[in-house]
Structures are given as structure tokens and as C-alpha cells.
Design a protein around this ligand. Structure first.
Ligand code: ADP
Ligand code: MG
Length: 551
């Protein structure tokens, strides 16, 4: 054919498009600017951010993933950065800021390389080689730990909480985290499993953080339904019910025509009798505590109180599941089916005052597998940030128990990686070598930022650390931000689970590879809200929803 052929229009005229370098620059700068935003929070001396949402609610946090989630981010590449933080959070609970800072550094290096004429495909290949090598090196420098050794686990929890608002209480919080996590370890075929979702978190402002406590059992944020019921039940036999305790309204309701008072009376008596029977059944089976997922009729409450039964209604479904584990009870669908074997048993069920509310404690001494952390703090903000800090602490402890490997913190592994990857780069032929070098340099962004955030001279700290690693072979030396000394971080106990580092490196690398391979952004015009797919550009904003300053 000849060259006069008209181009075929595939896209609607409204859609906007950026190609080649423009597309890359746009994506890279969006991701980079997000990384720059969270960078200031990295490490023990990182600052906190105050986030105000559209209805004016305030969150004050130092937690990378929380920040990114709360920010109203529209740029598609920036959203990919948020996903990196989210997957880091899911896998490890910690290291979210580091993952994003690394991704930012990798993209910045890539941008420079693209400018000097290196093709993105080459960079991507180099980054892939480098990240594989980095994981290999981490496997070489990791340290095995005894997952039963409480002191090590405590150090790991403390490192995860360093720099958070609740930092001054980190010692006692670390102790609580380790105790809570150790309690829910299960073992199958010699392999330890820990699911921190089995630790229930209850938050209540109005007391100091130090009052935060571990309860051996479950706390339900509910009070008993009737004041006449006993407040404490020793040796509790618990029925778990997932249907209402009431007389079922007959489906033919509308057809019952009550014509005279006698009939009315009969009807009421009939209902009362049914409820009474239900309570009798509960009593006969031997239950003295009823935890019901649905409602409980007023009259039934009254009868239960008379029988000395403790009852709660509208228990959360998630709590019902935890109660099964905590008490050994089976959830029963109707009282008719209730059998003594379905009952669970615990030492004590009781109602207690926590701050200005009443809560029910289902406690079993140290027998059961269920634990609750009752978080306290001077205000809602403090309790919320405490929850985020404990989320990190619990997960890192859990990971260490499962994996059994740690690495030093304070930038030590990043510098060691830098050193060894520089050597590795020189074994690589062709232009990929530049990318591997760039990758190894990006690793130093972590110690540099840790130092800068503490007001130290980042470049100077880097030089000293490199000397310690390259010349003196001190592979565990990092910068201790607490006292600004260069120290062996394994010895001083600033340690992290290996998985935090491997996950952060591989996801940061994958993200930059993915962003580098995009050379075409096609943005459909938003159809004004509702129907627009998530991440689709919003109307009005230039190149589809790209935030100002990101163009
Ligand atoms: P992330 O979201 O990545 O976990 P953090 O703000 O929690 O970000 O900072 C984690 C970094 O801080 C890690 O590199 C960790 O080794 C480092 N760190 C923690 N405690 C210290 C310390 N005392 N001295 C130096 N670095 C520390
Ligand atoms: Mg952290």
C-alpha cells in the first residue's frame, strides 16, 4: 500500500493521550513526588503528618501506609505506589515507608539514565538482575534467631515502634506485643503459624498508654441485656447462638384476625409460654451465659435474669468466630437444637467498667488461645496511632516467629547491599551494568534519609558507613539514630525481620520496572463520577485527573 492511508481512529476524540518520554516522565514524577512526601517520616526521628479528610477528620500519623491511604491520590502511577505500601503492610506490617522511598530512589535513577539515552528496557533488565542479587545477598547476611527467645522478639517489636508517637512507652508495649503474639502461635508439622487477626484489639481513650493491657480471653464491647442478670459468672458455660431469641412472627401474620380480648389474651399467653420454654431449655442444657448474634426479646431477657443467666445480644459476627476458638463452643442456629456438647467453658464471664463504658470479659486464665489487647491513651488520636504502632509490632514479631531470620536495622543491610552490589555490577557486561550500579546506589537512600531526618549530614554518614563496611568489613554496622553513633546494630538490638527487607526491595523494584515499561498513557474522559472506574481520570483536570504539579 502507499503511505496515504488515513489513520484509523480507535479512541474517542475526548480521550487524552501521552506517549513515549512524556508518558514516562509524567509517571515517574508522580511516583517520585509521592515518595518525597513520605520520606520525611522515615526512621526514629521522622516527622509525623497531619492528614485532614474531606469532612475535616484529623489523623496524625508516622505510618507510611496510613498516610498514603488517607491521601486523596488520583494519579494512576501514584496509585501504584500506594499499592506497594499496601502489599508491604499486608505481608510484613512494617517497612512501608522504606518500600516507597526505595521505589522513589529507583525511579529517580532511572529518570537520569533515560535522559542520558539508556533505553527503559535495559534499565528494567538491570533492575531485575540487581533485585535478584539483593535478595541473594540478604539471604547471606541474615541472622537466625530462636523464635522462643523473648528478648530478641522484644527488640524487634521495639524497633518497629521507634519513632512513633507512643515511643516512650515502647518497652512495655513491646512486652505486651510479644506476649500476645506468643499466645496465638499454632504449629503444624513443626512449622509455626501466627495469624495476628486472632488478637482482638479493643480501643478506649481516657487513660494513659501505660494502662494498655493484655487480657487472656476476649473482650466484647457490650453489656449484659438486663440489669437483673448476674454481673459475674464463675465457671461459665457458654451458648453461642446466631438466631434471635424471640417468637418468630408467623408468615401468615396478616391473616390472624383477633376479634375479642380473650383471643388476644390467649395469643399473648402463647407467646410468653414459648419464650419461657426457650429459657427453660437453655437452663436445662446447663448454659449460664448466652451470647447471641441477634436480638433478645424483652420478656426473654426478664426470664433469663430470673434464672441467673448472663446474656448479651447483637454480638459481632467476627467476635462469634473468635468466641468459638476462645471457649470451644459450637455456634447453634436454634435453641431447639442446643445440646450440652455445644456449650463452651471458661473460667469467668464478667462485666467491667472500662472508662465510661461497660464491657464484657470472657476470660480463661492462660488456657485458651484467644487474647485481647485493650488499648488505652489520653485521646482518640493517641489510641489510633497506638493501634497502628501495635499493628506493626505484632506483625513483625509474628513474622520473626514464623521465619526465624532477622537483619540489623539503621541502614546496615542497605550499605552492605550497596557494597556487594557494586562488586556484582562490575561482573555485568553491557549497559545493564549502569542500571545495576544505579540500583545499588538507590539502596543508600535509606541510611541517608534516616540521618537527614535526624538533622545529620546524610552524605557524611554515608561515607563513614561505607568505609566501615568496605574497608573494615563490619557488615552489621549502621547508624544508631538515638545516639548518632556508628554501631553494630545486632549488638545494640536495633533489628528487623529479614522479610521486611526482601519484600521492600522486590516490590519497589517491581514497581519501578512496571512504571518504566509504560510508554503510553491513554486516559478516557471521565463520565462525571459514578460510573467511572476506579483510578479513572476525573473530569476537568487536564491530562485525566493528574494532580496539579504532576504534569
Ligand atoms: P517504615 O515504614 O519503613 O518501617 P519507619 O519510620 O518505621 O519506616 O523507619 C524504619 C527504619 O528506621 C528502618 O530502616 C529501621 O532500621 C530504622 N530504625 C529504627 N530504629 C532505629 C535506630 N534506633 N537507629 C537507626 N535506625 C533505626
Ligand atoms: Mg516501621
Amino acid at each position: 500500500m502507499n503511505g496515504e492511508k488515513q489513520p484509523i481512529l480507535v479512541l474517542s476524540e475526548d480521550s487524552e493521550r501521552q506517549k513515549g518520554r512524556d508518558a514516562q516522565t509524567n509517571n515517574i514524577s508522580a511516583a517520585k513526588s509521592l515518595a518525597d512526601t513520605v520520606k520525611a517520616t522515615l526512621g526514629p526521628k521522622g516527622m509525623d503528618k497531619m492528614l485532614v479528610d474531606s469532612i475535616g477528620d484529623v489523623t496524625i500519623t508516622n505510618d507510611g501506609v496510613t498516610m498514603l491511604k488517607e491521601m486523596d491520590i488520583e494519579h494512576p502511577a501514584a496509585k501504584m505506589v500506594v499499592e506497594v505500601a499496601e502489599s508491604q503492610d499486608e505481608e510484613c506490617g512494617d517497612g512501608t515507608t522504606s518500600a516507597v522511598v526505595l521505589a522513589g530512589a529507583l525511579l529517580k535513577k532511572a529518570e537520569n539514565m533515560i535522559e542520558s539515552g539508556i533505553h527503559p528496557t535495559t534499565i528494567t533488565r538491570g533492575y531485575r538482575l540487581a533485585s535478584n542479587k539483593a535478595i541473594e545477598v540478604l539471604e547471606e547476611i541474615k541472622t537466625e534467631v530462636d523464635p522462643n527467645k523473648k528478648e530478641t522478639l522484644k527488640r524487634i517489636a521495639e524497633t518497629a515502634m521507634t519513632g512513633k508517637a507512643i515511643e516512650m512507652d515502647k518497652e512495655s508495649l513491646a512486652e505486651i506485643s510479644v506476649d500476645a503474639t506468643s499466645r496465638i502461635v499454632t504449629e503444624t508439622d513443626g512449622k509455626k503459624e501466627v495469624d495476628v487477626d486472632n488478637i482482638k484489639i479493643v480501643k478506649k481513650a481516657g487513660a494513659s498508654v501505660l494502662e494498655t493491657e493484655l487480657v487472656e480471653g476476649l473482650i466484647l464491647e457490650k453489656e449484659r441485656v438486663h440489669e437483673g442478670m448476674p454481673n459475674d459468672i464463675d465457671d461459665a458455660r457458654i451458648a453461642l447462638l446466631n438466631s434471635a431469641i424471640e417468637v418468630k412472627e408467623t408468615e401468615t401474620d396478616a391473616e390472624i384476625k383477633i376479634t375479642d380480648t380473650e383471643q388476644m389474651q390467649n395469643f399473648i399467653e402463647e407467646e410468653e409460654k414459648t419464650l419461657q420454654e426457650m429459657v427453660k431449655k437453655i437452663k436445662k442444657v446447663g448454659a449460664n451465659v448466652v451470647l447471641c448474634q441477634k436480638g433478645i426479646d424483652d420478656l426473654a431477657q426478664h426470664y433469663m435474669a430470673k434464672e441467673g443467666i448472663f446474656a448479651i445480644r447483637r454480638v459481632k459476627k467476627s467476635d462469634m468466630k473468635k468466641l468459638v476458638k476462645a471457649t470451644g463452643a459450637n455456634i447453634v442456629t436454634s435453641i431447639e437444637d442446643l445440646d450440652p456438647v455445644d456449650l463452651g467453658r471458661v473460667k469467668m464471664v464478667s462485666e467491667k467498667n472500662i472508662g465510661d463504658s461497660r464491657m464484657t470479659f470472657v476470660e480463661n486464665g492462660d488456657r485458651g488461645k484467644a487474647v485481647t489487647l485493650l488499648l488505652r491513651g489520653g485521646s482518640e488520636h493517641v489510641v489510633d496511632e497506638l493501634e497502628r504502632a501495635l499493628n506493626d509490632a505484632l506483625k513483625v514479631v509474628a513474622i520473626t516467629i514464623m521465619d526465624g531470620y532477622i537483619v540489623p536495622g539503621g541502614g546496615a543491610p542497605e550499605i552492605e547491599l550497596h557494597t556487594r552490589m557494586q562488586d556484582f555490577a562490575s561482573t555485568i557486561e553491557g549497559r545493564e551494568q549502569m542500571a545495576v550500579k544505579a540500583f545499588s546506589e538507590a539502596m543508600t537512600e535509606i541510611p541517608k534519609t534516616l540521618a537527614q531526618n535526624a538533622g545529620m549530614d546524610g552524605m557524611n554518614v554515608l561515607m563513614q558507613l561505607r568505609a566501615l563496611h568496605e574497608k573494615d568489613g563490619l557488615k552489621n554496622h549502621g547508624i544508631n539514630i538515638e545516639n548518632e553513633e556508628f554501631e553494630d546494630m545486632l549488638e545494640n538490638g536495633v533489628v528487623e525481620p529479614l522479610r521486611i527487607k526482601t519484600q521492600a526491595i522486590s516490590s519497589a523494584s517491581e514497581l519501578s520496572e512496571m512504571i518504566l515499561m509504560i510508554d503510553d498513557i491513554i486516559a478516557a474522559k471521565g463520565d462525571h463520577g459514578e460510573g467511572a472506574p476506579e483510578g479513572a481520570p476525573q473530569p476537568g483536570g487536564g491530562m485525566g485527573g493528574m494532580p496539579p504539579g504532576m504534569m
